[in-house]
Design a protein around this ligand. Structure first.
Ligand code: 5GP
Ligand code: ZN
Length: 113
């Protein structure tokens, strides 16, 4: 099992922020901002391309979007936040289980784009 599959299975501890039957959301171990939550589909997909390639993956993507909204509400990110997906080696992905960083709780000033 990959690292995030182990976390989802409860074999590796994590700090849960939100969960439903399709997604698990937990604090990043190395936060980049006051809120840094990883939104992770409970089914293993390698990356966003893998999620896009099947009907099931696209259904999970819809669940990811809803979970991002839940996390933002739970954390009170009413003034906005940032969502980041690193895809593949050139995108800087280090854990090869698709996930979405929800970052906020501070005005984010460093912008690449
Ligand atoms: P990536 O670089 O693949 O976009 O993001 C992987 C993220 O997973 C990183 O931000 C990293 O800090 C986080 N991470 C790596 N290992 C663990 C872990 O064991 N627990 C938690 N909560 N986060 C982790
Ligand atoms: Zn996995």
């Amino acid at each position: 099992m990959c690292l995030f599959c182990e976390i989802i299975a409860g074999n590796i501890p994590s700090t849960k922020v939100y969960e439903n039957d399709k997604v698990y959301c937990f604090n990043d171990i190395n936060p980049a901002a006051p809120t840094h939550v990883l939104v992770v589909p409970k089914k293993h997909f390698d990356d966003i391309r893998d999620m896009a390639s099947s009907e099931e993956g696209r259904e999970y993507m819809g669940e990811v979007i809803k979970a991002i909204d839940e996390v933002a509400k739970i954390r009170g990110l009413d003034n906005g936040f940032r969502v980041i997906n690193n895809c593949g080696p050139d995108g800087g992905q280090t854990v090869m289980h698709a996930h979405y960083h929800v970052i906020g709780g501070v005005k984010l000033t460093e912008k690449m784009i």
